[in-house]
Design a protein around this ligand. Structure first.
Ligand SMILES: Cc1ncc(COP(=O)(O)O)c(C=O)c1O
Length: 470
């Protein structure tokens, strides 16, 4: 058993676990590298230690200095643990879309947390990345870790993760599967494994379906910390320098539902409580392994623990409300769900740059004369992302505003917006969906896999009026 003089020495040396249940019936063995067993709970401890040591070596970080980073949480945790041990102040700037538990953990380790949006165009002054740049300029002795472009990030995996996996598998690994956030993990680990094996190891990126790394449209998705999102107003889209695209041989593009359900299976069937990006990675690894034989060996990396996501993917109500879970709550449960009243027509939407006259033409075709208003952007092949809905508009309200002279047909819709309609998940029981309407709404948007696909009206959701079971 190991004895350490400092927690920073305990980073790495994580075990591999064979996925016996999820891999049942698959000839190629699949082993999961349990990075959530790192001291700070994630793979990013490795990058954090590597970046701080390199910054000290290069003179960017000096005694009394401040470490600043834009982080979804895990890199911040690693930087805070290592940084505080070495006497630095740490400021973690976190996306406001990140799980709140991650910020609580950062504060517990002694970081100062700054929340900022990432859903704005990259050029916007309030965008997380620009907030970070500003703080770094203003605070004397501040050093921006910048995991996205810092070579010490992938380098950490060249020196630790890659050699560990090679040694743990006795050089038998044939396929390495990991998600791509900054790209540090896959580039460093994959690059090492390719080099040491004479390019015999195939490296597969596990990517959210909508992410641009694997060829998606860059619209938002639900698995945190991996993939590449593009705001449609972003002028110049750059991929991180920590991502070495020549290392990745292929991508498996995984829909959110498959990622989330796989992470849940990982906990229940394998006893490995890991986060959503681990679900993406394992779903991809299983797809890869199904095409392989008994002489192959797949290693998949599980970046972090499921404990940070108990209120999300491990919460059945959350899963149902976002349209990711449809199975009955109990085997005896036969209450009808929103699915039973789902209409098949396409959702009618009004783009946020429309005029009131254009909007009226659209609203007259919408059931009940009401429709959500969505951020104007090129068509999304996967449907309307819930987070991109900015409000709602009804034909009656627009007509009366024009008739009363409060608005003109050429005016933008943004002046007449009402609050967004409430949302209900496709697997939500009718009684709970009806409750979501409250007293002020007559319709709700139906979410399927986190995307608005239809509209339901109060009468359809009334449990008393609904007949039949699921
Ligand atoms: C939970 C989780 N999964 C995956 C990743 C992606 O790792 P990388 O940035 O090395 O590509 C991160 C990175 O922050 C993470 O926090």
């Amino acid at each position: 058993m190991a004895v350490y003089e400092s927690v920073t020495d305990a980073i790495g040396q994580t075990p591999l676990f064979r996925l016996t249940r999820l891999g049942e019936g698959i000839a190629a063995p699949v082993y999961a590298k349990a990075e959530f067993l790192n001291i700070g709970g994630s793979v990013k401890d490795r990058a954090a230690r590597s970046m701080i040591l390199a910054a000290e070596r290069d003179g960017h970080l000096r005694p009394g200095g401040t470490i600043i980073e834009a982080t979804s949480g895990n890199t911040g945790i690693g930087l805070t643990i290592v940084g505080r041990q070495r006497g630095y102040r740490v400021i973690a700037c976190v996306s406001d879309r990140s799980a709140p538990e991650k910020s609580d953990i950062l504060r517990a380790y002694g970081a100062e947390v700054v929340l900022a949006p990432t859903t704005l165009p990259a050029e916007h002054p309030d965008h997380l990345f620009n907030v970070v740049r500003r703080l770094t300029e203003e605070i004397p002795g501040a050093w921006l870790a910048n995991q996205y472009d810092n070579p010490a990030n992938p380098e950490a995996h060249v020196h630790t993760t890659g050699p560990e996996i090679w040694e743990q598998t006795g050089g038998r690994i044939t396929h390495f599967v990991a998600g791509v956030g900054t790209g540090g993990t896959i580039s460093g680990t994959g690059g090492y494994l390719k080099k040491v094996s004479g390019s015999a190891v195939t490296v597969v990126g596990a990517d959210p379906e909508a992410s641009t790394y694997g060829g998606g449209d860059g619209s938002p998705w639900f698995v945190e910390s991996i993939g590449h999102f593009v705001h449609p107003e972003t002028v110049e889209d750059l991929w991180p320098e920590s991502y070495h695209r020549d290392v990745v041989d292929a991508f498996e593009r995984i829909p959110d539902r498959e990622s989330l359900l796989t992470a849940r299976r990982l906990a229940r069937e394998e006893g490995l409580l890991a986060g959503p990006s681990s679900g993406t990675a394992v779903a991809a690894a299983l797809r890869v392994a199904r095409r392989l034989g008994p002489d192959d060996l797949v290693v998949v990396l599980l970046p972090d623990s499921g404990r940070s996501y108990l209120s999300k993917l491990f919460n059945d109500d959350w899963m149902r409300a976002w349209g990711f879970l449809e199975e009955p709550r109990t085997p005896q449960d036969d209450e009808p769900t929103v699915r039973t009243v789902l209409r098949t027509h396409q959702l009618v939407t009004v783009p946020s740059d429309a005029s009131l006259a254009d909007a009226l033409a659209v609203l007259r075709t919408a059931p009940g004369g009401v429709a959500p208003v969505v951020v104007a952007r090129p068509a999304r092949p996967y449907g309307v992302v819930a987070g991109e809905i900015v409000g709602s508009l009804s034909a009656a309200a627009v007509e009366s505003a024009i008739a009363a002279g409060r608005a003109r047909p050429g005016d933008p819709v943004t002046g007449e917006l009402a609050a967004p309609l409430p949302t209900v998940g496709v697997g939500q029981p009718l009684s709970s969906a009806h409750g979501a309407l409250g007293t002020e709404h007559d319709a709700a948007l139906v979410l399927l896999d986190g995307r608005a696909v239809s509209l339901v009206h109060r009468a359809e959701l009334d449990p008393a009026a609904a007949g039949g079971g699921r």
